[in-house]
Design a protein around this ligand. Structure first.
Ligand code: FES
Ligand SMILES: [Fe+2]
Length: 401
């Protein structure tokens, strides 16, 4: 079989086509994607053990939305918009930190309890309002799955994260993700000058592994496969190939990696990836669990955030193996970033025409199918005009001249 087939897809685009070029740089579509995909789909923020103590918080910003999760003094977790009810300042600053008993707004000093209720107002007597009781921080919906905290800025049609992940829950249970801690050294944020979908497209297939990723190819190149998306998740597996290794990190990783007896034998020699629509991938390795996530900044700029979770009481060998798997991943992500930039740039070229896909790239196409389902406008070959704003501006201009 050398072409991708999905007889159930109800649209006019040939089954072997990807998204048209304009969808990778259109500002109008970018705004729509934020609304339709990112604000109303679950966004991963952090592991519960990253906010272990009262007052600890981790923030998460995307598009126009700013959020954070925090633990209160009764050990409960909350998710809030990071927006002071006075004049909109951030209440907590930075990517993570710890508040001391209360959150103090850095602008005029309003204070909030760790459960988000308003506690104190500087110079209260200078306000004409008498009732401040409804001015607690605005809540964001959140859900915890296997120790991972997800937030959703706007209610969407998407199911709960535990329903979405249901088909994977049994498989990942032996990894003990909910008991893991985050490695501070494993945190990375890369700036990629590419549309977020180009980054996702590169990641959604393994056809490029033998050519583009010498280390990964050495690790599992001969036995890697992607499954098409089912629901809102994808699954890919790379099984370590036996034989001599050329790559230093891979050779040492496989020599040092101890047998992980918590995992069934079938999972002791694989890297298992689970993609969660639209922008998260979890990687389950014998030595740790990793994640990476694309956070769109502009139509042609994406931040990719990543991190590593591991068991606190891991052996020295396991720690060393984790260090080496991290080296392999850093190398891979540099290679992927370059490819994402090139693919994204190409979509603007006058020479950009239809791209074609191998069966081995079916992960890209099944992801595009889901995008087309949620954003049917991406089926159009030519970018539709987004005249409303421009029209209004033009009309206002002509009214004053
Ligand atoms: S904006 Fe927060 S106290 Fe004024
Ligand atoms: Fe890659």
């Amino acid at each position: 079989m050398n072409s991708y087939q999905n007889p159930t897809r109800p649209n006019s685009i040939s089954e072997s086509e990807g998204l048209p070029g304009w969808t990778y740089f259109s500002p109008g579509l970018f705004d729509l994607e934020l609304e339709v995909l990112f604000y109303s789909h679950w966004q991963f923020v952090c592991h519960v053990n990253e906010i272990k103590y009262p007052g600890e918080f981790v923030s998460y910003d995307i598009g126009a939305e700013r959020g954070f999760v925090i633990r209160d003094s009764a050990n409960r977790i909350h998710a809030f918009h990071n927006l002071c009810r006075h004049r909109g300042s951030r209440v907590v600053s930075g990517k993570r930190g710890q508040c001391n008993k209360v959150m103090v707004c850095p602008f005029h000093g309003w204070t909030y309890n760790l459960d988000g209720t308003l506690r104190g107002i500087a110079r209260r007597d200078t306000f004409s309002e008498s009732d401040f009781s409804n001015l607690g921080l605005k809540r964001i919906e959140f859900e915890i799955w296997n120790g991972l905290i997800f937030i959703r800025f706007k209610p969407g049609k998407q199911a709960s994260i535990s329903e979405i992940m249901n088909r994977h829950t049994r498989e990942i249970q032996p990894y003990g993700l909910d008991r893991m801690i985050a490695s501070p050294k494993g945190r990375i944020t890369d700036r990629i000058e590419a549309n977020w979908k180009a980054v996702r497209d590169v990641d959604n297939e393994g056809y490029h592994v033998p050519q583009a990723h010498p280390a990964l190819n050495d690790l599992y190149g001969k036995d890697y496969h992607d499954e098409t998306m089912k629901g809102e998740t994808s699954r890919s597996v790379g099984r370590f190939t036996p034989g001599p290794r050329k790559h230093w990190s891979v050779r040492n990783y496989l020599n040092i990696l101890p047998e992980n007896n918590d995992l069934p034998e079938s999972h002791r020699n694989i890297w298992l990836y689970i993609g969660i629509f639209p922008n998260l991938v979890l990687g389950f390795y014998p030595d740790c669990v990793i994640f990476y996530q694309e956070i769109p900044q502009t139509p042609t700029l994406t931040l990719q955030r990543g991190g590593v979770f591991h068991h606190k009481d891991e052996s020295r060998e396991m720690k060393l193996a984790r260090y080496l798997s991290g080296r392999i991943d850093r190398e891979t992500s540099k290679e992927d970033s370059m490819l994402s930039v090139w693919v994204s740039e190409a979509t603007k070229s006058s020479a950009y025409d239809k791209v074609i896909f191998s069966y081995l790239e079916k992960g890209v196409l099944s992801y595009h199918d889901l995008l087309r389902e949620k954003l049917p406008v991406t089926k159009l070959d030519v970018e539709p005009a987004t005249p409303q704003l421009q029209d209004l501006n033009d009309r206002m201009l002509s009214a004053v001249t």
